[in-house]
Design a protein around this ligand. Sequence first.
Ligand code: NAD
Ligand code: MG
Ligand code: MG
Ligand code: MG
Ligand code: MG
Length: 345
Amino acid sequence: MTDEFTTDIYYDDDADVSTLDDDTVAVLGYGSQGHAHALNLHESDIDVVVGLRENSSSRSAAEADGLTVTTPADAVSQASYVSVLVPDTVQPAVYENAIEPNLEAGDTLQFAHGLNIHYNQIQPPEGVDVTMVAPKSPGHLVRRNYENDEGTPGLLAIYQDESGDAQERALAYAKGIGCTRAGVIETTFREEVESDLFGEQAVLCGGVTSLVKHGYETLVDAGYSPEIAYFECLNELKLIVDLMYEGGHAEMWDSVSDTAEYGGLSRGDRIVDENVRENMEETLEEIQNGEFTREWILENQSGRPSYTQLRQAEKNHEIEEVGERLRELFAWAEESNESESAEGA
Ligand code: NAD
Ligand code: MG
Ligand code: MG
Ligand code: MG
Ligand code: MG
């Protein structure tokens, strides 16, 4: 950790929604985060206008929810606070076409993820505040928590403070969407982006699926049945993670048998060893030096050829077919069909 990484946490008492009384907030996009932010802000008595393309299928949903909808360009010109909630890969084009021409000095430009600012894909003009309020949760939970008078933890970062009020305004927004009810952690664009990419690549999405596949393949290759391998290496993972989520590693170790605890403690570091650690450091370096993001931008510019291939290979893995069959046969399947997508990891 360097001095650049701060850890202040803000709650409801640190924020005042009326800070945005004279503002109109443009919410661009009405997907996972967009719909949640727009509706929560609206119900927090903040003026909201939703910006969507003429042919967007989200238009009717936003209108049915009682919100004012216009084009992204018009929303930005009406607004003094612009929340960019279209997918990260389309943000640079939306910025160029709809946002930049309509931004005025004194406006706030806000993101829920710092990728395009941190890697200079969007270069905001002087005179504009640039902030981030990033709920650490999929949008559907941001909305549901708000409706249940609960909060969603979030991150807050200031990239450019031209008004001198960037922090106060971003905190008002965070309160408007319900984040300060749970707690908002102060961070930087750099820390949010690099840690988010690292987490999803090394541990959450990439690391864990790879661990599961290697475990599954090791058992099946040794002659164990695919069904047993699926339960041991994938299905039970949820039970273990739930315990870790509730009470850290300690609660998990407490809850499993002594045999499992001794086996896990004595063998875990053999499986995920120093080589894995070195691979993690290399992965982090590619994030820090921009190599990953350059690759991802080129991948999108060339029509996503590798992405398509990797997706297909993942779909074709035997564990997917076994899982689909088992989820149809067992009662936990219904529950898993209702669970939220966790795209925001
Ligand atoms: P999404 O894919 O769910 O929704 C995107 C919305 O943008 C849709 O309403 C779509 O109609 C609209 N859109 C798509 N292309 C467009 C275009 N060219 N012009 C105008 N509108 C367009 O997006 P999301 O997952 O809510 O992500 C939005 C932002 O929130 C991203 O920066 C993302 O990193 C961040 N974020 C997402 C999550 C999450 O859980 N999904 C969590 C934290 C942060
Ligand atoms: Mg404006
Ligand atoms: Mg077991
Ligand atoms: Mg056991
Ligand atoms: Mg992410």
